[in-house]
Ligand binder design. Sequence first.
Ligand code: IPM
Ligand code: MG
Length: 363
Amino acid sequence: MTKNILIIPGDGIGQEVTVWGKAVLQEVATIFNHEFSFDEALMGHAAIEIYGIPLPDETLQKARCSNAILFGAIGHAKYDNDPSLKVRPEQGLLKIRKELGLYANLRPIILFNELLNASSLKPEVLRGTDILFFRELTGDVYFGDKHRSEDGNTASDLMIYHRFEIERIARKAFVAAQGRRKKLCSVDKANVLESSRLWREVVQQLAKEFPDVETKHMFVDNAAMQLVKDPKQFDVVLTANLFGDILTDEASQIAGSMGMLASASVGDGPGFFEPIHGSAHDIAGQNIANPIASILSAALMLDIDFGLKEEATLILNAVKSVLKEGYRTIDIADATSHSLKVLGTQEMGRIIVKHLRQMVPAC
Ligand code: IPM
Ligand code: MG
């Protein structure tokens, strides 16, 4: 298989972790005789520094012409502490999502049994959890009109949804549920928000087309609580952009760390694959970031965009076996266990690539 892959490392630890997402893609290409060619482009703070804007035309153009994009992370403390700055790194990510029509963001919450003790939640609460979030990605308050009054004292962001936006992601979520445990929980705030009432109406209507899927509706405040109380009750969770952003950060604690969670954003064109974690400037450049989220994002790319299931499974198994042997980055190292071997970003990346190679059957 021949594919062009665009790497956008972005900011902070994004630079360090995408090296390893790319490395596993290269290794898979060698093992399975695929031809993956790679190009690289700037986005976020890294692009602002050179072009003055977070998403240069060249990056967008390269993204459009690629078969898939592996992205790192975005953001810089400088902007977080200065709300008055008009040009911001995150605008680049939002723009590319919109321009590429990436309306469905899939965030699998995969819990490796080896990491049961890495979470702040009790192992008996976590064991067996397997959730797939469908977060709507190109609508909601993220993209509604923004306004600041002339005197600067009043501000608003419009929370807006159109029927077609809800329907197209809901359909994807129902289909995914059919291929899993056939349960779908749609999360909204329909007791307060009109946009959520439309959301619920559309999901209820669509549910009739999927009678084999058990459909539930849950308010977002309750969902946030249920996620830590009894995460096993969820199979597919379907939700809007803002709620999905918040709930998936919360759910990352089920997997032990934000550093473990990958995501796939799909829609009309090439898919966009990225860890759910941010740029983490506080730990950037120290070789301590966890590269597994980027490595698992590469696996999602192979599975979802290229249909290469065997290759994706091999990556997952390589990660599993490295964890089984006791290797950890600091974020997933359980302080109570003395038998663990704590590695840096590069060492963890290298050992996963090595396991990949070793796991290939002889013929
Ligand atoms: C995410 C991030 C982004 C979002 C930020 C960086 C704009 O938090 O992908 O979850 O809010 O969507
Ligand atoms: Mg987020």
